[in-house]
Design a binder for this molecule. Structure first.
Ligand SMILES: [Zn+2]
Length: 129
């Protein structure tokens, strides 16, 4: 599980969840003791997407989100990761897994508020990282 240096609050929780899922997937599929390059790239991509998500802190979970912000290739990679690691999360990271399941039950916010993205807030606060 990784923690992001740039994401705030719930978005970082989501990043922890997704990075844990990628780690579970990589360990089983790529025989790596460390995250392989391909999976590292996917994780970096996920972090950028979270940072730029126009919903910001009000982001719905990705599979209930009306905006499809992933490009086809990482989207397919991520779909495989989720399918494999989703059910295993309860075992490895029960708290993150349950939080994610609960937020999936929440109804989708209709429209993102202007300037709500993590990126916007972080740049506004002078965190240029
Ligand atoms: Zn991998």
């Amino acid at each position: 599980m990784k923690s992001s240096d740039i994401l705030l609050g719930k978005l970082n929780t989501e990043f922890k969840t997704v990075s844990a899922m990628i780690e579970i997937y990589c360990k089983k599929h790529h025989n790596a003791t460390h995250l392989c390059e391909e999976c590292q790239q996917l994780m970096d991509y996920a972090e950028v997407r979270l940072d730029r998500c126009p919903y910001g802190e009000n982001k719905p979970t990705c599979n209930t989100c009306p905006i499809h912000c992933y490009k086809p290739e990482p989207k397919e990679q991520m779909r495989l990761v989720m399918r494999f690691s989703g059910p295993r999360m309860l075992l490895h990271h029960p708290i993150l897994a349950i939080r994610h399941l609960l937020s999936e039950k929440r109804t989708v916010v209709d429209k993102p508020q202007p300037n709500a993205s993590n990126r916007h807030i972080r740049l506004k606060n002078g965190n240029k990282k």
